[in-house]
Ligand binder design. Structure first.
Ligand code: NDP
Length: 287
């Protein structure tokens, strides 16, 4: 008789709030397609101040790994044994792998962005890049671009938190060879000529604010540029509509999201999930 195995293999996400995180839909669709019947992705609301206890629980219950999202991506660093080099520079971890109680922290947001670039046929080496925003996603993207050999990065951020933009610039200058510039975002930003890649790494346009778009002079987008949004929902933002109107190549944040989720699955299971299955599940969840 075949031996029974009812043991669950646990992964999931720690967030606060957590209810709207679509990770479970994407990840469990991938697990089913891979035939991983006992793998479960749990969406877990962890209050601020309770992260240490949650991480202890994760170890006690032998979770294979966990994603961390707002507000835990930075605080979780203090509970991790090994931090991947890019995650260390970014200063945030969104994925933890648990190897028999030894926790490794990765940041797959920027890696997911880089895979999206590659799939669009864009090589970052020698490119001039404009990144709108200086928050978590912007940091991850800038660090990965710099490590991959981008030539120049311009970080555009509203001056309400100059320290955020300036600390990112300092990290890039001290740890990579990329040339960097910081522009306080006051008026409609004009994309400098010679820009190869334009990235919206702000939260502008994210559901429910689906009509919002970054304050830039869209007529400064030229046809030779490549435009990338980080917003996964909706997939076709007003920012991308403006890019599309001007005939440039663009990609939505949905690909980046699916890429990072696929990386997480590979880190946890050693298997390569079917991204089409994941995209289909994500779109169904949004419908
Ligand atoms: P943060 O809050 O850390 O950063 C948001 C950035 O956007 C900040 O620099 C913020 O500036 C700026 N910003 C917000 N509103 C405005 C505005 N009206 N005008 C100018 N700048 C503005 O968030 P994250 O970086 O973690 O996330 C940003 C977006 O990226 C989210 O929508 C998230 O869903 C998405 N994301 C997508 C991923 C994917 O895989 N597709 C992965 C990770 C994130 P300030 O600090 O001054 O407010």
């Amino acid at each position: 008789m075949k031996e029974k195995d009812y043991l669950d293999h646990l992964v999931g996400v720690f967030g606060h709030p957590a209810a709207e995180n679509p990770g479970v839909v994407i990840q469990e669709a991938a697990f089913r397609a891979l035939g991983l019947k006992n793998w479960r992705f749990l969406t877990i609301d962890v209050d601020q101040g309770k992260l240490g206890e949650a991480v202890a629980g994760l170890k006690a219950m032998k979770f294979r790994g966990i994603n961390c999202t707002i507000p835990h991506k930075i605080e979780v660093l203090k509970y991790i044994d090994i931090i991947a080099p890019s995650a260390k520079l970014i200063g945030a971890v969104n994925t933890i792998i648990n190897d028999d109680g030894v926790l490794t922290g990765e940041n797959t947001d920027g890696q997911g962005f880089m895979i999206a670039l590659k799939s669009a046929g864009i090589a970052p080496q020698g490119k001039n890049v404009v990144v709108l925003g200086a928050g978590g996603a912007a940091r991850a993207i800038c660090v990965e671009l710099a490590l991959a050999g981008a030539r120049h990065l311009t970080v555009v951020n509203i001056p309400r938190d100059m320290a955020l933009g300036e600390s990112l610039i300092r990290i890039l200058k001290e740890n990579t060879t990329v040339a960097v510039g910081y522009v306080p975002w006051v008026d409609a930003f004009r994309i400098p000529s010679g820009t190869n890649i334009l990235v919206n790494a702000t939260s502008i346009g994210l559901y429910p604010n689906v009509n919002d778009k970054p304050n830039i002079d869209y007529d400064t987008i030229t046809q030779d540029m490549y435009v990338q949004d980080v917003i996964p929902n909706p997939a076709f933002t007003p920012f991308l509509r403006e890019a599309d109107k001007r005939g440039v190549r663009w990609q939505s944040g949905m690909q980046m999201l699916i890429n990072q989720a696929a990386l997480n699955i590979t880190m946890w299971t050693g298997l390569k999930p079917d991204k089409d299955v994941m995209i289909k599940a994500f779109k169904k969840a949004l419908a």
